[in-house]
Design a binder for this molecule. Structure first.
Ligand SMILES: [Zn+2]
Length: 491
């Protein structure tokens, strides 16, 4: 799922008006946080104005390029800078328009010319948005203590355990748990602790403000519940029992008859009602029920959405690990399998590359090796080697081919491009290279299944073998290895 584009498009047209409402301001605040984590990726460049949009990556910031000359075409699009036949930047034009340091920055990222422009989440490798990392640690430690405490209050255990099972943010679970435990400070609670304060509800003037009142029965709470379309109990929420009310909302939350978009946000309703009440009591801020419900829906859907994106990634990783088997496997009949070996020598920026093609009996048809220089990362190394292998397979007229290599990121990005926006440029290049084959598959190979090709690639960097070649069969020095893999595969 592509949260970046959803958020990016929605936000780019928002303004900050003269008197932004609470909901609006909170949306704008969220936007700021998100924009800090998002980076613009250039696809076909059609949506990006050269001089106005932040599309040049400078350290951690995105900005428009600096001006080289005072005269400029303000309507110029980034797409105008792309040399389509070559699927890259128009270098002469860049030279004309920009300062050398900006040109370097622009050249560092190739445009993904077959795609629209996109957004990349900076804080994980795939570039897809994820909230898991931030929450996981906090939640793990918090939950342990609270579950331990919860077991000390037997009468409430059932409700509290259900609260922990809710699909909602950890901070909201903690809040709900506190509400059930009477651990929130409202007028009533403050009074029982001997802190003398006005015990009236500051919203509606009701005599005795309780947690139950704030969350369920106060006039403002009733308005918000009504607007949320969450089904209300036949005779309204209980005036006296917060437990009855929790029991009720938890049961509706689990009711398959209620549409999920109505049943799921209720933890956020309770949470935001409580937050608003505090802001009102402490800062005197007032909230309209309509703004409140919009905020609730926004928060809830964003959280739930990011969870599902997260689940998808987990699934992906699981699939990847399932692909990792111990022994090299031959392709199906009529297919050939091209294993790619990559060895990157960081201090020299040099890559040793190899490919080995085998048929469905495991017999080596051809193998090749070569060297690439000026390669600055593993990602670049794999991309370069894979492109070289596709080129070679095409020129040797292989039509149905399995490509197998050891880089899980690139393998996932090709198979699930939407979950890997940071690899859009690479995927775009590869899709273009792969479309010449009748059929192709890209699979992840573990080192133990890719030993031969890896050793050939390693020999290139180890002995500085700059001379490239293509040969039939396997190399003599790896005879035993390839023969034994052929033996394994026929079992
Ligand atoms: Zn009230």
């Amino acid at each position: 799922m592509d949260i970046g584009s959803k958020i990016g498009q929605g936000f780019s047209s928002l303004g900050n008006g003269d008197r932004p409402s609470f909901a609006w301001r909170s949306v704008l605040h969220g936007r700021e946080l998100l924009e800090k984590g998002l980076r613009r990726g250039v696809g076909n460049g059609k949506s990006l104005n050269v001089w106005m949009d932040p599309w040049v990556c400078d350290e951690d910031e995105m900005r428009p390029p600096y001006l080289k000359q005072s005269l400029r075409n303000i309507c110029l699009k980034v797409s105008d800078l792309i040399d389509l036949p070559n699927r890259g930047w128009d270098v002469e034009l860049l030279d004309d328009l920009f300062l050398p340091q900006d040109i370097q920055r622009i050249m560092a990222n190739k445009p993904a010319v077959d795609h629209d422009d996109f957004w990349i989440w900076k804080h994980n490798k795939s570039g897809d948005y994820s909230v898991k990392s931030g929450y996981a640690v906090a939640f793990a430690t918090q939950k342990k203590d609270l579950i331990c405490e919860a077991t000390l209050q037997p009468s409430l255990n059932g409700l509290k355990i259900k609260v922990w099972g809710l699909q909602t943010a950890p901070k909201i679970k903690t809040f709900l748990w506190k509400a059930l435990s009477g651990a929130l400070a409202v007028g009533e609670r403050l009074a029982t602790r001997g802190m003398r304060l006005d015990q009236r509800c500051q919203f509606c003037g009701e005599e005795f403000e309780s947690i139950n009142h704030v969350l369920f029965t106060c006039a403002i709470a009733r308005q918000v519940w009504a607007l949320s379309l969450f089904p209300s109990p036949a005779s309204g929420f209980s005036q006296s029992s917060i437990f009855a009310n929790f029991q009720y909302v938890l049961s509706i939350g689990n009711d398959p008859q209620v549409p999920i978009e109505i049943s799921q946000p209720f933890p956020w309703i309770l949470w935001v009602l409580w937050k608003n009440r505090n802001k009102f009591t402490i800062e005197g801020k007032q909230f309209l029920a309509v703004d409140t419900i919009n905020k609730i829906k926004g928060d809830a859907s964003q959280w739930l959405f990011s969870q599902s994106a997260e689940k998808e990634l987990d699934q992906l990783h699981e699939n990847e690990s399932r692909l990792v088997k111990k022994v090299w496997k031959p392709p199906d009949s009529l297919w050939d399998k091209c294993n790619i070996g990559v060895s990157w020598l960081k201090r020299k920026n040099v890559v040793g590359a190899s490919w080995v093609v085998r048929d469905s009996h495991g017999r080596v048809k051809l193998h090749s090796r070569r060297m690439f220089s000026n390669i600055s990362s593993w990602d670049d190394a794999y991309l370069k080697c894979f492109l070289w292998a596709t080129d070679s397979m095409f020129s040797h007229r292989f039509t149905r081919i399995v490509f197998a290599f050891e880089d899980p990121s690139l393998v996932s990005a090709i198979n699930r491009p939407k979950a890997w926006p940071s690899f859009r440029m690479q995927v775009s290049e590869l899709e273009n290279a792969l479309k010449v084959f009748l059929e192709w598959v890209v699979v992840l190979e573990s080192r133990s299944m890719n030993r031969g090709p890896y050793l050939i690639a390693q020999s290139v960097t180890k002995y500085n073998l700059a001379q490239s070649y293509v040969a039939t069969g396997h190399p003599d020095w790896l005879h035993d290895l390839f023969v034994s893999e052929m033996g394994c595969s026929s079992v």
